[in-house]
Design a protein around this ligand. Structure first.
Ligand code: MF3
Ligand code: CO
Length: 249
């Protein structure tokens, strides 16, 4: 688990800003009648406009800028030509490579009004910030994992156990693995200068997921809602710096 020096941290910040801008553009574009493929094109353009490259190109066999999942979709959704409709819960996951440095993020939003999905989304976002708040030097991976698990389960939702957050930097996926469940005080110690993609991958029902017929998209087995919130953060003393905050991009 490598730490990034200050020069590398600067490049990770620059990469994170491009990622944040791309996520912001995606969330703005998601509306009824728009397709996932259209959102993917918008993201790709935004990334290139800002001098970035598509991190997902480094994943063998994957050809898109984003992964987009809807409702019972959980992760790794291939963007399709299905038009979004009112009441859809849409998750966008995207990553950027800038001068060889990767940053990764995801967000879920609701189209139109669907009161029973609002609490689910609020749980995911609350959980993401709870996890991030533990990403400080001297803490352990298990502190992040247990904060995620507690916040999700407190709301009656489930953490997907077969997928995890991860270190990020020179590659999209680096050590350590950051599960969304675990025990406080366990696992590797966090050091200043580590960059982590903290992911909340959760469902409204059972935590079991299965891959769909396209060979990529994971769905909940019980067809309950799936949600995804992810930010790349830089571990610091006493605080984590969020590198992909689309709200500040
Ligand atoms: N962004 C995903 C993650 O958080 C990885 C997607 S890989 C892809 O780890 F091939 F599906 F794009
Ligand atoms: Co990730």
């Amino acid at each position: 688990m490598k730490t990034k020096n200050s020069y590398e941290q600067k490049l990770m910040r620059d990469s994170g800003l491009i990622t944040a801008k791309a996520l912001k553009a995606a969330l703005k574009a998601i509306k009824p009648g728009v397709t996932g493929l259209e959102v993917d094109r918008i993201v790709e353009k935004e990334i290139y406009k800002n001098g970035g490259d598509l991190s997902y190109k480094t994943v063998p066999g994957y050809k898109y800028a984003t992964c987009i999942t809807v409702n019972e979709g959980v992760v790794h959704g291939i963007p399709t030509d299905r038009k979004f409709v009112d009441g859809d819960l849409v998750s966008v996951d995207l990553a950027v490579m800038y001068k060889g440095w990767h940053t990764d993020c995801a967000w879920s939003i609701l189209i139109g009004k669907c009161p029973e999905k609002v609490k689910f989304l609020q749980t995911g976002e609350k959980t993401l910030w709870a996890g991030i708040s533990k990403a400080v030097a001297g803490n352990r991976i298990g502190d992040i994992s247990s904060a995620i698990q507690e916040t999700v389960e407190e709301a009656g939702c489930s953490v997907v156990r077969s997928l995890a957050g991860h270190g990020v930097g020179r590659s999209l996926h680096e050590a350590p693995e950051i599960p969304g469940f675990g025990l406080k005080g366990q696992g590797a110690i966090l050091e200043s200068g580590m960059t982590l993609a903290i992911e909340v991958i959760f469902t409204a029902g059972s935590s079991e997921i299965a891959i769909g017929s396209d060979g990529w998209t994971y769905y909940t087995v019980d067809r309950s809602l799936g949600g995804l919130f992810e930010m790349t953060v830089l571990v610091g003393k006493g605080k984590a710096e969020v590198l992909t905050d689309w709200r500040k991009a």
